[in-house]
Design a protein around this ligand. Structure first.
Ligand SMILES: [Mg+2]
Length: 325
């Protein structure tokens, strides 16, 4: 592999994603020029996925392209930001045309679906690693933050929990997961529409990447409050519900990670507005508990008794494989 092959990578990513009038100058100069709308705040986030840590080295490149962007759009969604421009840094062991074609199809397809433009990027030779910086905008003062939840607020999540975690557990055990679960692991849908609908409504929000207990814990800490959750209220897909009914471990939907759903709090007085604004979304929302003044997280099990989650959360692979990070 010579360096000029890496220059060719530009070929796969020219015109990647949506065309936008506010991208004044994109791929091909020393820097991109963006024109954020007047009066808007810029929300910016960055995530790196490393082969063997965040995904299997032989992962399908198209799914990987999708997920690399999806995890970043999920962070913008959690801020209530409208995604607009992304940059991409690829570190690749070799410029493999088949791999690049698949990756670009997944990445650029999701970008187009969300009206996002690829504004620039960089390629380097080395162990496979994928970094995306995503930028979006939000009306001044309206961004959703982790701080802001108040005692009495309802706690909600979008979609369903634990599907990706169960898919990862099955793969780790050498079994083929149900296709619906596998799709949740490999092609998460960033909840951008839900994030936008929550502007001016949610008192706090976060996206679920590391598992409900860990991420809700961050929100509660930032808001200096506690919470009570009812496990019976956790939204579950039919496959996960059947797995739990057959004796599956409730620690998985609590700690499995990779859900990429939004978790948010809403004052009780706005519950009607919440239903009106988010009730029509495909992903659905579920009320799972309430915010308490007393710090700490109290869980009520499906049997109505207190539930004590396993210390250290859910462990897919021990210390060494994808899912450990
Ligand atoms: Mg996040």
């Amino acid at each position: 592999v010579c360096l000029s092959e890496f220059d060719l990578i530009r070929r796969w990513f020219r015109d990647c994603g949506a065309r936008r009038d506010d991208l004044l100058l994109g791929v091909g100069d020393d820097a991109a020029l963006l024109l954020p709308p007047p009066g808007m705040e810029l929300a910016t986030t960055l995530d790196t996925l490393v082969s063997g840590v965040h995904f299997f080295p032989d992962a399908d490149p198209e799914a990987l392209g999708h997920k690399t962007l999806a995890v970043n759009l999920s962070d913008l969604a959690a801020m209530g930001a409208t995604p607009a421009w992304v940059t991409l840094a690829l570190t690749l062991p070799a410029a493999d045309p088949a791999w690049l074609t698949g990756f670009a199809r997944g990445f650029c397809g999701l970008a187009r679906a969300h009206g996002v433009a690829l504004a620039g990027g960089d390629t380097t030779r080395g162990p496979l690693s994928l970094t995306v910086a995503a930028n979006g905008w939000v009306p001044a003062g309206q961004a959703l933050r982790r701080a802001g939840a108040a005692p009495g607020d309802g706690i909600y999540v979008t979609g369903t929990l634990g599907d990706a975690g169960l898919a990862l557990a099955e793969l780790g055990a050498g079994r083929m997961p149900d296709p619906a679960l596998r799709r949740r692991l490999e092609r998460p849908d960033p909840r951008v529409a839900a994030g936008l609908a929550l502007r001016g409504l949610a008192s706090a929000a976060i996206d679920l990447s590391d598992g409900l207990l860990a991420d809700l814990g961050h929100l509660l800490a930032a808001s200096a409050v506690g919470a009570r959750l009812e496990l019976a209220c956790l939204p579950r897909s039919p496959v996960l519900a059947a797995w739990l009914a057959a004796g599956g471990d409730w620690n998985l939907p609590l700690n499995g990670g990779d859900d990429y759903e939004l978790c948010f709090t809403v004052p009780r007085s706005r519950a009607g507005a919440l239903t009106a604004r988010l009730g029509g979304l495909d992903c659905g929302i579920a009320a799972i508990g309430s915010v308490t003044a007393e710090p700490g997280l109290k869980l009520l099990g499906p049997d109505g008794r207190p539930f004590v989650p396993r210390a250290g959360g859910w462990d897919h692979f021990g210390e060494s494989g994808p899912g450990a990070a």
